[in-house]
Design a binder for this molecule. Structure first.
Ligand SMILES: NC(=O)c1ccc[n+]([C@@H]2O[C@H](COP(=O)([O-])OP(=O)(O)OC[C@H]3O[C@@H](n4cnc5c(N)ncnc54)[C@H](OP(=O)(O)O)[C@@H]3O)[C@@H](O)[C@H]2O)c1
Length: 296
């Protein structure tokens, strides 16, 4: 199987690349500086040159706060570029796997969001990602949209790496404690994507297509996620760090985030038989990569 993936430096594209290398699957990443998703004239040629069996759309404008002041750029990258990719997929007869987000939801629901719940994003990032989903649906039926959340890994920028960095110079950190979500490990996402890719390449069944949630097992708040990170770091020899709770209202981030963005995992399990590991288990794997083991 040959796979083309958008993104060259990101958490998920890097995880796909590394897993592909281990499994002997040909992965071609397309992205900056050669292919800029904000001006997509070179995208078609780059995708076709890789002669893929499947396209994975992983790259995105992921700075949730910055998107509030750059809505046009975020729309081009998160909305219009996935639409263009879907038209390329349709023209070439290829399946498209696309990463979307829990931030397409408002956060008002009490329980976990299912794939049939109506999206109602409250920030620019979520709105532009929802536009990407809609543009894909308009261009091709041969798509799988995978909504993931709270992604962390040893690669790129993410909450785990930020906490570890803050813990190097601070004894206490303040973290919001009223947003609930599902931390998801990028290498676990990559594994699921390769299974899904294999199935859609070999099987035209429409039940394999459509929108699916793809998150790590379990749920938590950012503050408790931070506590688990510092506890794991302490077990690996780092000094203790205290986490102080703060409400989202008091923290005043530039972009509003959904208070509840927990996603149900049942559809992915029912259709693909896939469940990702629990976030605590995968966090341990991530910390093993990020923190050198204690010398006895
Ligand atoms: N991170 C999360 O918590 C999270 C949560 C839910 C959903 N998702 C979705 O999951 C997907 C992957 O996320 P991630 O965490 O792997 O993202 P990431 O680490 O921020 O990586 C994003 C990738 O997109 C590339 N990119 C950004 N602007 C581009 C442009 N104009 N042209 C070409 N490439 C561009 C980046 O390249 P440079 O590094 O060179 O800029 C990078 O390779 C995205 O679709 C995201 O919306 C992520």
């Amino acid at each position: 199987m040959r796979i083309v993936v958008t993104g060259t430096q990101g958490q998920i594209d890097t995880s796909i690349q590394r897993l592909g290398e281990r499994l002997g699957i040909s992965i071609t990443r397309v992205g900056l500086p050669d292919v800029d998703l904000a001006s997509i004239d070179t995208l078609d040629a780059a995708v076709r040159a890789a002669r893929p069996d499947v396209i994975i759309s992983a790259a995105a404008y992921t700075s949730v706060d910055k998107a509030e002041s750059e809505p046009e750029l975020a729309q081009k990258i998160n909305g219009d570029a996935p639409g263009a990719l879907a038209r390329i997929a349709n023209d070439t007869g290829l399946p498209l796997l696309h990463l979307s987000t829990d931030y397409v939801f408002s956060g008002d629901k009490l329980g976990a969001y299912t794939e049939t719940d109506a999206p109602a994003p409250i920030g620019v990032y979520g709105k532009t990602k929802l536009s990407g989903e809609q543009q894909i649906r308009n261009a091709t039926d041969n798509h799988v949209i995978l909504r993931t959340a709270w992604v962390y890994s040893p690669y790129g920028n993410n909450f785990v790496k930020t906490m570890l960095r803050l813990g190097e110079t601070n004894d206490r950190v303040t973290v919001v404690d009223d947003q609930f979500g599902c931390p998801t490990y990028a290498p676990d996402i990559a594994r699921a994507l390769l299974v899904i890719a294999q199935q859609v390449v070999n099987d035209r069944d429409e039940t394999l297509r459509g929108v699916f949630n793809l998150t790590g097992e379990g749920e938590t708040t950012w503050a408790n996620f931070a506590r688990a990170i510092f506890a794991g770091a302490e077990r690996r020899g780092r000094r203790p760090v205290q986490v102080d709770n703060i409400s989202s209202q008091a923290y005043q981030a530039v972009a509003k985030r959904p208070l509840n963005s927990r996603l149900s995992r049942d559809k992915l399990d029912d259709v693909y038989g896939l469940r990702l590991d629990g976030w605590q288990t995968s966090l341990d794997r991530c910390l093993d990569q990020l923190i050198a083991p204690l010398r006895e």
